[in-house]
Every structure is written in structure tokens, then in C-alpha cells.
Design a protein around this ligand. Structure first.
Ligand SMILES: NC(=O)C1=CN([C@@H]2O[C@H](COP(=O)(O)OP(=O)(O)OC[C@H]3O[C@@H](n4cnc5c(N)ncnc54)[C@H](OP(=O)(O)O)[C@@H]3O)[C@@H](O)[C@H]2O)C=CC1
Ligand SMILES: O=C(O)C1=N[C@H](C(=O)O)C[C@H](O)C1
Length: 252
């Protein structure tokens, strides 16, 4: 029998953290050894004998949390948002000094969401126009969502590689924000609405037709298979993996 994966959850009292604590506790191949929240000392992770960390905290502290894990030889599965290009580059250079450590940064752990982003990247080559609408609960502290940023990056890369020009847009005057934010040339619109959890639509338009790709997370349980897959895989993938699609066979 292989050794138990000893997991510390950071942000354990949060909406996602609490769900992860439950999922890890119920997994027969894992042991929850530490649950940390704001104000807790990171040294508790080492004292508890963790081999893996799940970070589901807040953008302001996630970088320090992951740095601590890597410097101490622990593998990390990260769902927290805020990992822009600069942060990921810094993490990659740290990982070069700790070549046995694996880190997964997953903007979205829900399989359907990961597939939606992949489908969108494929479809975006064939349509003149593409825009993204992300819709979330009103307690979310960041906009646009990490998922929308990642989807826009994948869409933009796919269009660039295929030589597709920018989406047509004749807008000359607008109120600030009327056209949303722009990520790698793709417009992203953020809705915050009571009752929602996490949702995204990718709108693709061509002459006389529209394709809409929509994913809905109605419950945070939707993210847990991805968290567990990340924990089971990360030690076998040293270095940084950005996006759960890196662990899936998506046939691209
Ligand atoms: N990748 C994915 O699939 C998903 C990612 N997310 C992302 O995960 C993150 C968490 O989301 P959510 O659970 O909704 O947010 P919450 O605000 O519910 O949870 C964040 C938790 O982190 C705690 N926290 C704050 N500072 C620290 C610290 N220094 N150390 C440890 N914990 C700390 C907060 O405590 P306090 O309340 O005291 O501030 C809170 O309990 C967000 O960035 C979100 O976008 C969310 C859903 C899915
Ligand atoms: O804050 C959330 O809730 C979510 N955050 C992640 C994001 O910003 O993409 C993942 C999911 O959308 C839920």
C-alpha cells in the first residue's frame, strides 16, 4: 500500500477551504494533518508532518504560502487567484532551486470549466468575435475571475497561432467599463449577483451565427474532484503546472 498523502489546508475556514477539508478527510488515500486560517503560523504545517499543501486563501497571502511550501520541500496545489505572469515567473525561478517539488496552480478545479476553456480555445480560431462573461457570488474579492483570465489567455494564444485578427469593434465612445476589461485583447465582463456560485459564458460570433459555451458550478463540491486529482498527481510533476488541463488528457 502506498503512503498516505499528508495534507495541510490553508484558508481552511473559507468557503472553498471548508469543502477541501471535508474532501481530504473523506479520501481514503489522504490524511488531513493541518487546517490553517488567518493568523496561524505556517510552521504548524511542518510540525504536523504535511507532505502536501492546498492553498485556498486570499490573493494577498497565497504567494507567501506557496513560497513557504516550496522552500520546505512540500508539494502545493493552489486554487487561490492572483497568480499573474510576474508571480508565476518568480515561482518558477524558486522551483528551479527545488527541482523535486511540484506546484499546480489551477484557476479552476471543476472539470467542466477546464473543458469549457479548452473548447473555447479550439472554437475561437473559427469565429470573428469572442467575448467572455463571468458571473459569480457577490462575496468574491477579485475581478475578473482567474478562470476568465485563463480562458482569455488560451483563446488569445489560439487565435494568434491561427493568425485570426482582433474581434471587430467599432466602439468610439463609451462610459468607463462599458466594454468590460481586456485580457490579451479579449473583452471580459464580470457580473456579481446574489444566488450565484461560479459561472462563465464564452460567446463566439460569426456571420449569421453564435456559439455559446457555458459552464455552471452550482456548488463548491464541483471543485473537489480536481483538488483531489491535483493532490494525487502533483508530486509526480515537478516544477510549475498552470491549469488543471496540464494533468488531463484533453487530446490537443
Ligand atoms: N481554483 C478554483 O477552482 C477555485 C478557486 N477559488 C479561489 O479560492 C480563493 C478562496 O475562495 P473562497 O473560499 O471563496 O474565499 P473565502 O474568503 O471564503 O476564504 C478565504 C479564506 O482564507 C483565509 N485567510 C486569510 N488570510 C489567510 C492567511 N494568511 N492564511 C490562511 N488563510 C487565510 C480567510 O480568513 P478570513 O475570513 O479571516 O479573512 C478565509 O477563511 C479565492 O481566490 C477564489 O477565487 C474559489 C473557488 C474555486
Ligand atoms: O471566487 C470564486 O468563487 C471562484 N474563483 C475562481 C476564479 O476566480 O476563477 C474559480 C471559480 O470561478 C470560483
Amino acid at each position: 500500500m502506498s503512503a498516505q498523502i499528508k495534507v495541510a489546508v490553508l484558508g481552511a475556514a473559507g468557503r472553498m477551504g471548508a469543502e477541501a477539508v471535508k474532501a481530504v478527510s473523506e479520501a481514503s488515500d489522504m490524511e488531513l494533518v493541518a487546517s490553517l486560517g488567518r493568523g496561524d503560523e505556517l510552521s504548524q504545517i511542518l510540525e504536523a508532518g504535511a507532505t502536501h499543501v492546498v492553498d485556498l486563501s486570499v490573493p494577498a497571502v497565497t504567494e507567501a504560502n506557496v513560497r513557504f511550501a516550496v522552500e520546505n520541500g512540500l508539494h502545493a496545489v493552489v486554487g487561490t487567484t492572483g497568480w499573474d505572469d510576474d508571480r508565476r515567473a518568480e515561482l518558477e525561478s524558486l522551483l528551479n532551486e527545488h527541482s523535486e517539488v511540484g506546484v499546480l496552480i489551477a484557476p479552476n478545479f471543476a472539470l467542466g470549466s477546464v473543458l469549457t476553456s479548452a473548447f473555447a480555445a479550439t472554437a475561437a480560431k473559427y469565429f470573428e468575435s469572442v467575448e467572455i462573461i463571468e458571473l459569480h457570488h457577490p462575496n468574491k474579492v477579485d475581478a475578473p475571475s482567474g478562470t476568465a483570465v485563463r480562458t482569455a489567455e488560451l483563446v488569445a494564444k489560439s487565435r494568434e497561432e491561427a493568425g485570426v485578427p482582433a474581434s471587430p469593434d467599432a466602439t468610439e465612445t463609451q462610459l468607463d467599463g462599458a466594454r468590460g476589461s481586456v485580457v490579451d485583447g479579449v473583452h471580459v465582463h464580470s457580473v456579481r449577483l446574489r444566488g450565484l456560485v461560479a459561472h462563465q459564458e464564452v460567446l463566439l460570433g460569426g456571420p449569421g451565427e453564435q456559439l455559446t459555451l457555458r459552464h455552471d458550478s452550482f456548488d463548491r463540491a464541483s471543485f473537489m474532484p480536481g483538488v483531489l486529482l491535483g493532490l494525487r498527481t502533483v508530486a509526480t510533476r515537478p516544477g510549475l503546472t498552470y491549469g488543471l488541463d496540464g494533468y488531463l488528457e484533453l487530446g490537443q
